[in-house]
Write a protein that binds this ligand. Structure first.
Ligand SMILES: *Cc1c(COP(=O)(O)O)cnc(C)c1O
Length: 402
């Protein structure tokens, strides 16, 4: 067993996604993971209940399952594989990415503390800070997505740095080792939402980050057919998260876990395609006369190109750009697309397109919206798994139609 573990360090992401860190015995000798649909797990005798509770009190596990809010075998197997891919000791699964974000923050934040968030972040994370943290009297700052801005914002009571990398929609890449260095010196917990990177393109835990979060709804699920979130890190930190998870009940259902675990089997292959498609489309767009500007970290024109190339293996298939013109031209382009569905989200098999201000920031005052970069002609693509040539042809004909 220990031998197998040490071998596992050399396994690549495709192998880890299929077997986890080691090959495990499978229930019923079933090759795929069974979906265990039950809300509770029974005891054989009255004595067994007492033994279970006594041993649990001492931190020992004599049997795995008791009540499904506390965990389910399908969920446990999915967590094992997610942890293996990430290179983390343990994973905790949630019913959505936002449940993972909020319950992680709620586990570690406290009244005396101060949280630093980086701007260009997921809208609901920003809204949680602005609308709820202040209600609880918890101090926070939202700063530019750079290591320098984070360091400058640190106060004596800063206890959490919460970042995203790449950010969304401008795909800013943070210098993670620089942030970790500053945080460790001051005993500040670092949390990164690395949904847009995935462990295929970056391993924040290896770079010293304490907790990594993903919306598994995106690349890990990969088929636009489920909602899930995951937090990953050391056993000690995940034990704290798990205590909150048990209470809050943002537990994913067994069917969701099955779909996610099934999606993981092709995770590495899909990411390879996403990276290739992202680069090809970004290069085509940057050279196109109807495009004003493109944001994709592999392009030399991207503000974080250098740090991106040092830190990451690829950049996925989210691309943001400005169409030449305004609202009218931008909508004409979007409506002319044949293969792209107009909807939020990313990382699935179908290609998606959004005009960011209308889809995600409609209710913000215009001035604030423009201030955070959600201008009329900003478009975000999330490429799917279609043939790259077909996607490029579709984008070109839609641009020509303007
Ligand atoms: C989608 C997303 C979330 C939220 O995840 P859900 O699964 O939709 O709850 C959080 N962060 C980022 C970066 C995302 O893209």
């Amino acid at each position: 067993m220990s031998d197998k573990k040490s071998n596992a360090k050399n396994w690549g992401p495709a192998t880890l996604a299929i077997h986890g860190n080691s090959r495990q015995p499978k229930p019923y000798h079933a090759v795929s993971t069974p979906i265990v649909h039950t809300s509770n797990f029974y005891f054989d005798t009255a004595d067994e209940v007492e033994d279970f509770m006594r041993e649990k009190g001492k931190g020992r596990v004599v049997r795995e399952h008791e009540y499904a809010r506390y965990g389910n075998p399908t969920q446990q197997e999915t967590e094992r594989k997610l942890a293996a891919i990430e290179g983390a000791e343990r994973a905790v699964l949630y019913s959505s990415g936002m449940a993972a974000v909020l319950l992680t923050l709620m586990t570690f934040m406290n009244r005396e503390g101060h949280i630093i968030f980086t701007g260009d972040c997921y809208r609901q994370t920003r809204d949680f800070a602005m609308n709820f943290l202040s209600k609880f009297g918890i101090e926070f700052s939202i700063v530019d997505p750079t290591a320098e801005a984070i360091e400058k914002a640190i106060k004596p009571n800063t206890n959490i740095i919460f970042t995203e990398s790449p950010t969304n929609p401008y795909l800013r890449i943070l210098d993670i080792p620089a942030i970790v260095k500053v945080a460790k010196e001051r005993k500040i917990l670092t949390i990164i939402d690395a949904t847009l990177a995935t462990p295929y393109n970056i391993k924040p835990i290896e770079l010293g980050v304490d907790v990594v979060i993903h919306s598994a709804t995106k690349y890990q699920g990969g088929h636009n057919d489920l909602m899930a979130g995951v937090a990953l890190g050391s056993n000690a930190l995940m034990t704290d998260l798990y205590k909150m998870q048990r209470m809050m009940g943002a537990t994913p259902g067994p069917m969701t876990c099955f779909l996610l675990e099934r999606g993981l089997k092709t995770f590495a292959m899909r990411m390879e395609h996403h990276n290739k498609a992202g680069l090809a489309v970004a290069q085509m767009l940057e050279a196109h006369p109807k495009i004003e500007k493109v944001w994709y970290p592999a392009l030399e024109s991207h503000p974080d190109h250098k740090v991106a190339m040092e830190q990451m293996k690829g950049f996925g298939s989210v691309i943001s750009f400005l169409v030449k013109g305004g609202n009218t031209e931008t909508r004409k382009f979007i409506d002319a697309l044949e293969l792209f569905l107009i909807t939020p989200s990313l990382g699935g098999s179908e290609s998606l397109v959004t005009q960011m201000w209308a889809m995600s920031f409609f209710d913000y005052p215009v001035e604030y919206r423009n201030n955070i970069g959600m201008v009329d002609n900003l478009v975000r693509l999330a490429l799917g798994l279609e043939d790259i040539d077909d996607l490029i042809a579709d984008l070109k004909q839609a641009l020509d139609s303007i």
